[in-house]
Design a protein around this ligand. Structure first.
Ligand code: BES
Ligand code: MN
Ligand code: ZN
Length: 490
């Protein structure tokens, strides 16, 4: 899909579809449309309340005379006061989902605000909306537009350059979100740990990221007892992937750690069938880390990043972990396994220890870690935990920038008591309550003194059903937030 800016009056824009944004609560249509034949039509539709401007609301206007565009789609942007990159992304997804069901040579979107961040988010959203979750349908149901034009009615040359740059950035971010979505939507038989590691390697290499893949003997040599323990129940060996991108000289990197469980059956603590349905997406943390690092490299961001992907299946084979088994982790701590379905923390523990040993500036991990986090915050909001207030504040600021949502939960010391084991240093489950917190408290034992934060993305990683601004399936959540965080770090 080609993306380019178009500086032209609306009536002159040649496109199969012209897309015009509308703010909720505005008494009149957009100023750029007023002097065109579209003006009176929008006014009438506003008066009859057939147009609302609500985010994701869409009304096609067909058969307009006096415009060079074939048809017009009016898209709601939500309130003017809350508008920014987040709503712009959602509006981009919504309009592209609506228009990409048939082949389109050109779609032109009128930029609602001449801001680079809005142009970028709109382009990213449009790209995400042209890609459906139906990877294995025999007939494609969405197709990228031939050309996506972003119309700027009037602008100086200098500003046009920055908008063009923003559109290019949006394309890279949209492709990264789609990479994370595609990986989550891929059937589990096609993404065994080795297959996923190889796909990660290829995507990272193509972006100029340095990649190291450890096989099982190497993982054993490195004493990753947690990863090996979980992998023991599977016929497929585990993998550990290290991604390195150096865009800022010799300063210590930000380390990103991702949970990569390619299928979580629960192990011998077997999940009921309905809870297992979406467990191919239990590798979303790893996918998000991969997608964001390769995008950072493509964008040539001036940051140093290192990613660690801990990849395995959680199965019930003859050598599977048994309840009461004790694992010795990378950092020497012993863990009594009392629920094999609390596997994410076991594999992350080793990855976090290893990351911490290498003295990064900070560590941020992403994991579809607990159902309890969905109970606490719902499906749209991630749980944020951390041992460093300033780092957590920066992550929340990046979330505000992207429009993605996280909420900080406590990590007070007394929660650690819930992880006391009679035979080992720790057990891998707490009690009945505060499940998302006890999981985070477990992870905290493996990061030493490094500033660390953890995002439990069990809720936002997956959408059970589609809505106008989002497809069902893998969401590629927090890739956009990570890019915003990288850009704020420099
Ligand atoms: N992968 C699951 C968490 C999950 C649940 C992600 C629902 C997405 C949607 C994780 O490995 C898990 O099974 N956690 C257990 C922990 C429990 C055994 C302490 C859970 O949440 O039930
Ligand atoms: Mn599990
Ligand atoms: Zn899991």
């Amino acid at each position: 899909m080609i993306i380019k800016s178009v500086v032209q009056p609306l009536a002159e824009v040649e496109a199969d579809w012209l897309v015009l944004g509308l703010f909720e609560g505005d008494a009149e249509g957009p100023a750029v449309a007023r002097e065109t034949p579209l003006g009176p039509v929008v006014e009438r539709l506003l008066a009859t309340k057939d147009l609302s401007g609500g985010l994701g609301d869409m009304t096609p206007v067909l058969g307009m005379a006096g415009l060079k565009a074939g048809a017009v789609l009016v898209v709601g942007l939500g309130g003017r006061g809350t508008f920014g990159p987040g709503p712009a992304f959602d509006a981009g997804v919504a309009l592209a989902r609506r228009l990409s069901g048939k082949p389109r040579d050109t779609v032109a979107i009128v930029l609602p605000e001449a801001a680079a961040s809005v142009a970028s988010a709109l382009a990213a959203g449009a790209l995400v909306g042209t890609r459906g979750p139906r990877l294995r349908k025999t007939e494609a149901s969405r197709q990228p537009f031939g050309t996506l034009g972003v119309v700027i009615p009037e602008l100086s040359d200098g500003d046009r350059g920055s908008i063009d740059e923003a559109l290019e950035r949006g394309l890279i971010i949209g492709e990264a979100v789609n990479l994370a979505r595609d990986l989550a939507n891929t059937p589990p038989a096609e993404k065994t740990p080795i297959a996923l590691a190889l796909r990660a390697e290829a995507a990272a290499r193509a972006a100029g990221v340095e990649v190291t893949v450890w096989d099982e003997p190497r993982i054993r040599q490195e004493r990753f007892g947690g990863l090996l323990g979980v992998a023991a129940g599977s016929d497929e060996p585990p993998a550990f992937v290290i991604l390195e991108y150096q865009g800022a000289g010799d300063t210590p990197p930000l380390a990103l750690v991702g949970k990569g469980v390619t299928f979580d059956s629960g192990g011998l603590s077997l999940k009921p069938s309905a809870s297992m349905e979406d467990m191919k997406s239990d590798m979303t943390g790893a996918a998000v880390v991969l997608a964001a690092i390769q995008a950072a490299a493509r964008l040539k961001l001036p940051v140093n990043l290192v990613g660690y992907l801990a990849i395995t299946e959680n199965m019930t084979g003859g050598r599977a972990l048994k309840l009461g088994d004790v694992l010795t982790m990378r950092n020497g701590k012993t863990v009594e396994v009392l629920n094999t379905d609390a596997e994410g923390r076991l594999i992350l523990a080793d990855a976090l220890s290893y990351a911490a040993e290498r003295k990064p500036a900070r560590i941020l991990d992403f994991a579809t870690l607990t159902g309890a986090c969905i109970v606490a915050l719902g499906t749209r909001v991630a749980g944020l935990f951390g041992n460093d207030d300033a780092f957590c504040a920066e992550i929340l600021a990046a979330c505000r920038e992207s429009g993605e949502r996280a909420w900080r939960l406590p990590l007070d010391d007394d929660y650690k008591d819930l992880l006391k084991s009679t035979v080992a240093d720790l057990k891998n489950v707490g009690g009945k309550w505060a499940g998302a917190i006890t999981a985070a408290k477990f992870l905290e034992q493996f990061v030493g003194a490094v500033p660390w934060a953890h995002l439990d993305i069990a809720g936002p990683s997956w959408a059970d059903s589609e809505s106008s601004a989002r497809d069902a399936g893998g969401t590629g959540c927090f890739v956009r937030t990570l890019i915003a965080l990288f850009e704020a770090l420099k």
